[in-house]
Ligand binder design. Structure first.
Ligand SMILES: NC(=O)c1ccc[n+]([C@@H]2O[C@H](COP(=O)([O-])OP(=O)(O)OC[C@H]3O[C@@H](n4cnc5c(N)ncnc54)[C@H](OP(=O)(O)O)[C@@H]3O)[C@@H](O)[C@H]2O)c1
Length: 245
């Protein structure tokens, strides 16, 4: 089996880090990108200890700088890329977004626009290369707008629509586009929430890596969220609007 080369955008994310640990078991090489180099270096140092055979590189980037995104993708593709995982996201306080439109703007940019642009930039490189897997982490929150988190959910909905378009574009090619939709998971993003009902991050990472390796178009993790969201999506409006979710 040849060594994989994996690019992770938002590499300091807990879910992404746990995915990287699984890939490190097979001595993959990594390019880890984040907004805060020190946080990404910490992840890189840990991976180097776990897998001394892995080549682990790090890069700091502004996640809203379109030119920097394009340049990073181009630079990353100087060597063959097997997998790109776009993992970053930020869960804002919904009520704060309702009070301050700039918070809503920032949340829409980092959860929707930024991952879409990273996906577009890396899709261009994978298209030139002719093969590879591009995976994005969306969310069950993107499945239907809810009053509890529709600003975040709208960003994730954009990721889903973008992913669908890329899947259509690359259908019947050797380029796989994967959308992973976690349910609530115990990571720093949800540290303020009651821990009951949160999935364990290593369980979510295992399912994420499995979906990526299989090139699955859409993967709910844990799987039970597929049924839950099927119901939520199909609830008639008159019932849905009575729910406090
Ligand atoms: N945890 C959940 O319940 C859950 C559920 C569904 C989907 N997701 C999605 O899963 C993905 C991973 O999240 P996680 O749970 O692993 O959370 P996490 O550990 O809090 O990681 C969030 C990541 O996003 C990065 N990030 C946040 N705001 C950013 C910004 N403005 N610019 C650049 N990077 C930014 C963080 O960078 P820093 O380390 O520099 O802060 C970190 O790498 C996200 O896309 C999230 O939306 C999570």
């Amino acid at each position: 089996m040849s060594k994989k080369r994996i690019v992770i955008i938002g590499a300091s994310s807990a879910i992404a880090e746990h995915c990287a640990r699984l890939w490190a078991r097979e001595a993959a090489d990594f390019l880890l990108a984040g907004r805060d180099l020190a946080r990404v270096q910490r992840v890189a140092d840990d991976l180097r200890v776990r897998s001394p055979q892995s080549d682990v590189q790090t890069v700091q980037i502004d996640f809203l700088d379109v030119d920097a995104i394009a340049a990073l993708a181009q630079q990353a593709a100087q060597s063959v890329i097997d997998i790109v995982l776009i993992a970053h996201g930020d869960l804002p306080v919904q009520q704060s977004c309702e009070q301050d439109i700039h918070l809503a703007e920032a949340a829409l940019q980092i959860n929707g626009l930024s991952p879409a642009l990273f996906a577009e930039a890396f899709a261009k490189q994978l298209a030139q290369q002719g093969h590879g897997t591009l995976a994005l982490i969306g969310s069950v929150a993107g499945d239907r707008g809810r009053k509890a988190n529709y600003v975040y959910g709208a960003g994730k909905g954009m990721v889903e629509r973008y992913t669908q378009g890329l899947q259509h574009r690359f259908a019947y090619t050797d380029i796989k586009i994967v959308l992973v939709k976690p349910g609530p998971t115990a990571t720093p993003m949800t540290a303020h929430l009651p821990s009951g009902g949160l999935a364990a991050v290593d369980e979510v990472a295992r399912a994420t890596v499995k979906a990526i390796e299989a090139g699955k178009p859409v993967a709910y993790v844990p799987k039970k969220w597929q049924l839950i969201m099927l119901i939520v999506q199909h609830l008639p409006r008159w019932i849905f609007h009575k729910l406090n979710i």
